[in-house]
Design a protein around this ligand. Structure first.
Ligand SMILES: NC(=O)c1ccc[n+]([C@@H]2O[C@H](COP(=O)([O-])OP(=O)(O)OC[C@H]3O[C@@H](n4cnc5c(N)ncnc54)[C@H](OP(=O)(O)O)[C@@H]3O)[C@@H](O)[C@H]2O)c1
Length: 387
């Protein structure tokens, strides 16, 4: 494998750090060009000193001078700041691999700018796919970019999906750990705190995706993500709770075969899989010890306690406006929950109410998508103020 250049958007986050772990394990295979963060100056500066990118971007301009000070001994590293600088970084700095690991819709504009270059786009940032899946896929088709999934479920499907036998795919089966509240009663879930919600039993992740996992909104977003990534109708996408998170997802074919991918609950496996693709290179992550397994169980989703899954199917039926509204309202609601402004189940009510009012939209350009996203966020905020 020749040395591949890498841009990491969201380098200081959970996926970003795991990506740099893979790069650290293979200094002969990867070279970092660009690193970005939103506000974590200390971590971004440490990463820049270690990986020597040509360019670093901090999203929040208030942190520009602190970053400049921290990198004063490294004048060769170009530093810029602000939302527009993230997009400019994506436009100006070409890379063989772009890791899209910003959290939320904030990642959409840098993602689209990166896609325009072509190359391999490793996509962890699921929210832009949920809100603007058709535009993301079509931009990749136009530029020739190869869009490959990092999300463990979609990466598992990618590994066992046979494009030439697409017509024989009967079901994509997304597995779900069930999150920290899998065994909790509805009453107990209603009084769950942010601290309890981010305490995931199997995975260590950023706060937003951890809360989404607790509500199973993460799986709801993944249903829509799978629809776009594998061009499958909602009727062929199922969810199965698998508390041990050993099988990361499955594809069922018409001959009765179910192909699955297994591995430790460690995002460095899917990240290594995509960064080495189409070769297989060594992961620095944990390994699954099959001889230590005591059990592997599966159960259906309890929709009364986890209503987000059905909401995703409804949103997909309604169209892009509904998917975008669901995602936008959820981002706003998760943030309000994490700041102790609303209760756990309020997140669902706020998202549902936003979805009911904002589903019909003719969205074509990036600007129309961003404007509609803002409208949905404002509506969700107004519901939060009245809660
Ligand atoms: N973590 C996982 O295991 C996992 C698995 C599958 C998919 N994903 C997806 O991957 C994405 C990242 O997840 P994560 O868990 O790594 O999140 P995270 O730990 O919260 O990290 C988010 C990253 O994005 C940056 N960021 C935050 N807000 C931003 C903004 N407004 N503009 C630009 N950058 C911003 C953060 O910078 P600061 O550090 O400076 O705040 C950080 O680098 C999410 O879409 C998530 O759904 C994650």
């Amino acid at each position: 494998m020749t040395v591949r250049s890498v841009n990491v958007f969201g380098a200081t986050g959970s996926i970003g750090q795991s990506t740099l772990d893979v790069v650290r394990a293979h200094p002969d295979k990867f070279k970092i060009n660009l690193l970005t963060a939103q506000s974590n100056v200390e971590r971004l500066a440490a990463q820049a000193i270690e990986f020597q990118p040509s360019h670093v971007v901090i999203g929040d301009e208030a942190h520009y001078s602190a970053l400049k000070d921290a990198l004063s001994a490294h004048p060769d590293t170009k530093i810029s700041a602000g939302e527009a600088a993230l997009v400019e970084g994506a436009q100006d700095i070409k890379a063989d691999i772009t890791m899209a690991a910003i959290v939320g819709m904030a990642g959409l504009a840098p993602l689209m700018a990166s896609i325009a270059h072509g190359g391999l786009i490793a996509i962890a940032n699921k929210e832009p796919l949920v809100a603007a899946g058709a535009q993301v896929i079509s931009a990749a088709e136009q530029s020739g970019a190869t869009l490959l999934p990092i999300d463990s479920e979609h990466n598992a499907i990618f590994q066992v999906f046979e494009p030439k036998n697409k017509a024989a795919v009967e079901r994509l089966i997304l597995t779900a750990s069930g999150g920290p509240f899998r065994d909790w009663s509805l009453d107990k879930i209603k009084s769950a705190t942010p601290e309890q919600a981010i305490n995931h039993p199997n995975w260590e992740m950023g706060a937003k995706i951890s809360v989404d996992s607790a509500s199973m909104m993460n799986k709801a977003l993944e249903i829509i993500e799978a629809h776009y990534l594998f061009d499958m109708p909602a009727s062929k996408i199922d969810v199965l709770v698998h508390p041990q998170s050993l099988i990361h997802s499955m594809v069922e074919y018409s001959d009765g075969s179910i192909l699955s991918q297994m591995g430790a609950s460690d995002m460095r496996t899917p990240i290594t899989n995509i960064m080495g693709w189409p070769e297989r290179i060594k992961t620095p992550g944990a390994r699954l010890d099959l001889s230590a397994l005591t059990q592997m169980t599966f159960e259906p989703v309890d929709h009364a306690r986890f209503p987000a899954i059905n909401m995703a199917y409804e949103a997909l039926k309604s169209g892009q406006g509904a998917c975008l509204a669901m995602n936008a309202a959820n981002e706003v609601a998760v943030s309000a929950f994490l700041s102790h402004k609303i209760a756990f189940m309020d997140m669902h009510d706020i998202t549902m109410r936003t979805l009911e009012k904002r589903q019909k939209a003719d969205l074509n350009s990036l600007n129309e998508i961003i404007t509609y996203d803002k409208l949905c966020r404002d509506l969700a905020e107004s519901f939060i103020r009245k809660t």
